[in-house]
Structure formats: C-alpha cells, structure tokens
Design a protein around this ligand. Structure first.
Ligand code: BGC
Length: 713
C-alpha cells in the first residue's frame, strides 16, 4: 500500500530492502529501464510473496516526444487525436518500464490564475469528459495487459480547479449541486470508460481534505459509481492531513485516509509506519486493509504484471519514431487558435515578402515551448518557430531574429531598440510572446494574467515601427490580451505546443495549413472578471449592450443615479475578450438550415439536431461544429447554454455538409435541488455554430408535466 519515490541515485540500492521486506508495492519516478528491471526482479524473486511493482510516472503530455499541454490538446476538440497522443506517450513510457501514469487531470477550472489550468482540459464538463475518455483509452490501450499499456489515473477528485483565489492547494467550497453538475461528471465519465486509478486532490473540499474525504472516495466513487480500481493519494498528502489540521499525528492521518478510501500512499510513510499497529490495536478493521490490498492486486493482475509479457523493459530507441513526431506536429497544429486576423495579414505569402523579423523571447526557446510537465522530453529534439521558419522560408526570404528579452519576464533594454530597428527594415514582424514554461503548472499561479515583464511595452514599440505585426503567443493559461490586441494585426494563440510546436506554427503562418483550434476556456478581458465562463446562470438581471455603461462614459451630471442595474463590471462590461469555443480560420464557415427532429421528444427517446455548414471561403479548412442547449425553465436555475456535442469537419472551398447530433433525453438531465439526476419536461433551445455565441437556434420540447420551482410532491 506504499508507493516510494525512486528519483534519487540508483533506486535498487535504496529501495531494494523495502521491496524485499514487502514495504513497497509501487515506485514513482524510476524511468531507467535497467533500474526498473532490477526492481521488478527483486520484487518477483526476492520478496516473500513475489508480487511485481507498479511503476508510476507523470506522463502528462507526452513522455519523450512532447505534445501540447493538455489545455492545448483540449483546443483541438479532437478526441481521436488526443487518444493517439496518449497512445504514443504510453508506448514511449512503457519502453522505459513505466506501467502507470498520473493523467488525465480532469479538474474543471474557470480560473486562469490557477497554474494547473495548463494541465486541465478546460472549463466545460462535457468537453473535458469526452477528451478525458480519449486520453484514458489512449493510455490504457486496447487492453491493460498489453505490454505497452499504462494504467491511467483520473485526478484530482474533486473540485481542485476551484481553489480560492486561483492559488494552488487552497481550500475549495462547492455546493453539492454544483459539484455533481460541473466538477464530478468528467470523473464519472472516466469510471464509465474503465479508468484504472484515481487520485484525490491536495485541497480540502467543504472542510474535509480530499485524501480523507469518505463522501468522495467511498460514497460517490465506489458506492454510487461502482469504481473498483485503485485510489492513490497525492504526493505525501496522507501526512499532510496533519498540516491541514484534521489529523493529530501520522497514525491518525493513516487511519483517516485508509478508512475514507485511499488505497495507496504516494510517498510519505504513514501507511508503512502505522497501518499494522492500528490493526493490532483494534482501531482499524483489517477488512479495510484487505479491501485496499485486493484493489491494488487486482490492478496488478489487470496490467498483466504477473505475465511474462510485461518485462523486461527494453529502453527507449535512439530517436523518437516518425509517427510520434507526426502526432505531436498535428496535435500542435490543431491546438493553435487564431484569435485575430485583420486584413487578413495571415497567411503570409513567401512570394510577396522579402524580409521577415522574428522577434521575442519565445521565438527560439526550445525548453519553454514544451510546457509544464516535462521530465523526460529532450529540448534538443524541439523544433522552435525560428528553426522552422528558417527551414521553411529561409531559402526564399531573409529571416532576421532579435530575441529582444532574455526571458518572458524580462525588462525593456537595448534589445527593444534593436527589435524596433529590425522591424522597420522588414516587411512583417512575427512576434513570439507569452509565458515561459515555469510560469504555469503546479504551484505556479499568477494574480496578474497579462503578458509578463515588459512584453506589452515591446508590443507598443513594435507597433510604432509601422509594419504588420503578427503575435504568436505561447502560454500555459488564457492571458488577458486586451491591450495587446490593439497593437497587433493578427494573433495566433499556441499554448505551450510541445516538441513540434515551431513546425506547426510556421506551417500555419505561411498557409501550408489552416488554423482550426477552438478555445476550451473563456478568455477574460481583465483578471477581475474571473470566474467568467460561457455556461453561467442568467441571473434575475442579465445585462445587454444597451444597459451597460463604461466607467469612462459615466455622465458627470448624472451623479448618484443608478447605472444599468444589471450584472456587469463598470470597467470591463460583461463580455469576455473571446468566448469559449471561439477560433478563426483562413476560410469562413456559414451555418444554416438548423432543424430538430422530433419537435417534441418523450423521455427515453432520441432527438436529432442538425444544421448545414458551408465553407464559404477560398481555402480548405476544418471547423469544429458545436451544439449548445438551454433548458429554458428548470426547477432550479440552469446555465444559459451547455455544450452537448461537437464534431470536427473538413470542408473544401464551397463544400456544404449536413452535421447532425443525436441526443438521448438523458443528455438533458441534471442534478436538481434534491440532487436527483433527471431531465425535466418543458421547453429547450438548441444552437449550432462555431462558438458558444452561436446564434442559429431552434426550440424543442421534452414531453411530460413540467416541474415547478420550489414545489415538491
Ligand atoms: C501532483 C500530482 C502528481 C504527483 C506525482 C503531485 O504534486 O499534484 O498531480 O501526479 O505530484 O508527481
């Protein structure tokens, strides 16, 4: 029931004795194939029971070949590609002897200050559920017992993305109705698709740290959802129960965690030191220990660790496979979101240009573009934008590179003058801005989500050079880009795009490919709007443009009179900078002929909602067609829209496609005031379009007697 850290020195030297003594059933952070093989040999041949080890590693967005950060992968809205990425990562990691990964992270978050938003699949339970399932299927392969399958771990149950103030590890307070409607669905989807393991969050949920939260780990996870896999604590989080102040000492912490449903302790020594003694004292029922051990053993059998097929690990080949590189390139390409394209300045035409200025701290930063969870990637294999632009266009035009800043947090200096001078003498400026990898991820939260350092000043100065400016932004979170937008002609938002990010970006810039990423999270105008997300509630006083006043436009004569009396900020309005689902293309997609069949559906029946999508531009492109639904009148307030379906379609210029979504009436269900899961009869509105502001809508009804708010039978 103990997982030990193997990241110091040669693990067999210091973990061997514990493995022989049965004090270590799993290791984390051993990725050297020969060390793994030796540990497994010790476990099989020299421990009393001969039980092989689980070998865990955080394979979060690639192992050696690095994929875009999970938030970037979510921007592809492409479950097939996300699955292929996880499969590729699993194959690479399994070659090093790893058989367990701590991914996917399924925490819904609506707070870009939280550094772990980078590791999330965005703000929406439906999108995160579909992509989370895809990752799990990719990691676990056709069958867990295959030699290149990894056990996946859905983490961190639950509510971690709602930490106060966007500060990692802080407390979370979530009413159970919201927990069940927003935060739990991706975990339930993970259980349904066979995820092997789960990890509780570091945080407390409504006063009880998740590691010791019986409601989450036993009532919901096992009793309601029937999960029979392993729950592993987060790093040392059992002992941290003492720090939270819910356990008086480590023995108490071990008792709380194991009885709540935490089967294995990740690092820490509370279980090894105290479970035996707690049973001997009669404080802990031995059946609780037996059940946890049985779940761990079942996982080892499911993984085929008792078969010869699993070992020994062969080690990684000298180079990543071509298939891995292509998966990483395609994932990066489809993750990039075109936010602005005035002119249009993009795509660039090599024939019409003579000199290109490549400026900014992230144009040639092989490590930074890889993103937050990179233990095993090699920055030497990274293709940066500068490299890719030079190899793609360098033979035809002059490429002048000026970093201008040492890193993304840098200050204005002589590099700015050189950058402006270079911009003046070039036809177009390609400006690579954003955040270094270390500015997002675990415990890397920010209170200001603007561009760090003096990057905004660099943008202003370059704008004054009078040449078209294309900003390519790499970051681990949505950034508040309001002021940047005023000074640039185009913006490609590339997240941290991984090993092949530079190649993908260069191909998009020069029109070899067409942007198709869509935002998996709302972009605020300014940080004070957070949390801002598309599936908000209407309120009793929803805003509209006519009622919203900007702070600069308040009539001085109108002092002390009311302004608007609707829900908005005087200095930011009520709209985000970019809505969820948004992303431009080099072509335009038109939507029409929306239909719903039947207009009235009975519980248990299927409803089909569709529309015609046309590529009305001159180039081929891919569009992510999105379906949103609103339950117009509910027994409790319902979100103004909820994503219920999406599909990536490829269309040639002029091509039309009828896209249909089939929904069971269960897709209309939610947890009501009594927490029961049910679809309520009444009127619904559906929209189909290219983002969460889609206007093309149609109504339908779910038959039956509508529920009445506050009235119980
Ligand atoms: C993180 C987990 C991760 C674990 C192991 C923790 O700090 O919260 O998500 O899997 O470390 O590295």
């Amino acid at each position: 029931m103990a997982q030990r850290d193997g990241s110091h020195g040669y693990p067999p030297d210091y973990l061997g004795a514990d493995i022989r003594a049965g004090r270590c059933g799993a290791v984390i952070n051993v990725v050297d194939a020969s060390a793994v093989n030796e540990l497994q040999r010790i476990a099989r041949q020299e421990s009393r029971l001969g039980i092989p080890l689980l070998v865990g590693r955080d394979v979060i967005h690639g192992f050696r070949t690095i994929l875009p950060i999970p938030l970037g992968q979510a921007a592809t809205w492409n479950p097939g590609l996300v699955r292929a990425g996880a499969r590729m990562a699993a194959e690479e990691a399994a070659a090093a002897g790893v058989n367990w990964t701590f991914a996917p992270m399924l925490d819904i978050t609506r707070d870009p200050r939280w550094g772990r938003i980078a590791e999330s699949l965005g703000e929406d339970p439906y999108l995160a559920s579909r992509l989370g399932e895809a990752m799990i299927r990719g990691f676990q392969g056709k069958e867990l017992a295959e030699p290149d399958a990894l056990a996946a771990c859905a983490k961190h149950i639950a509510g971690y993305g709602a930490v106060e103030g966007g500060r990692d590890y802080a407390a979370t307070s979530i009413p159970e109705i919201d927990l069940r409607n927003v935060y739990l669905p991706p975990f339930q989807a993970a259980v349904r698709c066979g995820v092997a393991t789960m990890m509780p969050s570091f945080s407390e949920l409504n006063g009880v740290p998740a590691t010791a939260n019986r409601f989450l780990l036993t009532q919901v996870l096992r009793e309601e959802w029937g999960f029979d896999g392993v729950v592993v604590s987060d790093w040392d989080s059992v002992c941290q129960l003492c720090v939270h102040g819910t356990a008086g000492d480590k023995a108490h912490a071990a008792l709380l965690a194991v009885t709540a449903g935490t089967d294995m302790e990740m690092t820490g020594d509370a279980y090894n030191e105290h479970l035996g003694e707690l049973v001997a004292l009669g404080t802990l029922d031995p059946c609780t220990v037996d059940e946890a051990v049985a779940r761990i053993l079942r996982l080892k059998f499911r993984l085929g660790l008792f078969d010869a097929r699993r070992s020994p690990a062969k080690g990684l080949p000298a180079r990543p496979s071509r298939a891995a590189i292509e998966t990483a390139r395609l994932a990066a390409e489809q993750s990039v979101v075109l936010l602005k394209n005035n002119g249009p300045v993009l795509p660039l035409s090599i024939e019409q240009l003579d000199t290109v200025a490549v400026i900014g701290p992230l144009a040639d930063a092989p490590w930074e573009q890889l993103g937050t969870w990179v233990f095993d990637g090699d920055p030497g294999e990274t293709v940066t934008p500068l490299c890719a632009i030079e190899s793609l266009a360098g033979g035809h035009l002059k490429v002048r590179h000026v970093p201008a800043m040492v890193h993304s947090r840098g200050r204005a200096g002589p590099g700015f003058d050189e950058a402006v001078e270079t911009a003046r003498n070039s036809d177009v400026v390609l400006l690579f801005l954003g955040e270094e990898a270390i500015l997002s991820g675990e415990a890397h939260c920010r209170a200001d989500i603007g561009l760090p350092g003096d990057q905004l000043e660099l943008v202003r100065q370059l704008h004054s050079a009078g040449k078209p400016v294309v900003a390519v932004i790499m970051a681990g979170r949505p950034l508040a880009l309001t002021q940047v937008l005023d000074h640039v002609d185009a913006v490609l938002f590339a997240w941290h795009p991984g090993t092949m990010g530079g190649q993908a970006i260069a191909e998009l810039l020069f029109g070899l490919r067409c942007p198709s990423g869509k935002l998996p999270v709302t972009f605020p105008r300014m940080v004070g709007q957070v949390p801002i997300y598309y599936s908000q509630k209407n309120t009793g006083k929803p805003p509209s443009p006519a009622e919203v006043v900007h702070i600069d436009d308040i009539d001085p004569q109108a002092a002390q009179t009311s302004l608007g009396m609707v829900s908005f900020h005087l200095d930011a309005g009520y709209r985000p900078l970019f809505p969820f689902g948004f992303g431009l293309s080099y072509t335009q997609f038109h939507y029409g002929d929306i239909f719903v069949r039947p207009l009235e559906v009975s519980p248990g029946e299927r409803i089909t909602i569709g529309a015609e999508v046309t590529n009305a531009g001159a180039v081929a492109g891919e569009e992510v067609v999105q379906l949103y639904v609103r339950d117009v009148v509910g027994s409790v307030t319902r979100p103004v829209r909820e994503l219920k379906g999406f599909l990536r379609v490829q269309l040639e210029p002029g091509e039309k496609r009828r896209v249909e979504f089939a929904l069971d009436t269960d897709a209309l269900a939610f947890h009501g005031a009594d927490l029961r899961w049910a679809a309520e009869p009444g009127e619904f509105r559906a929209w189909i379009g290219g983002d969460s502001d889609a206007e093309l809508g149609v109504n339908f009804r779910l038959s039956g007697t509508p529920a009445m708010a506050g009235v119980t039978s």
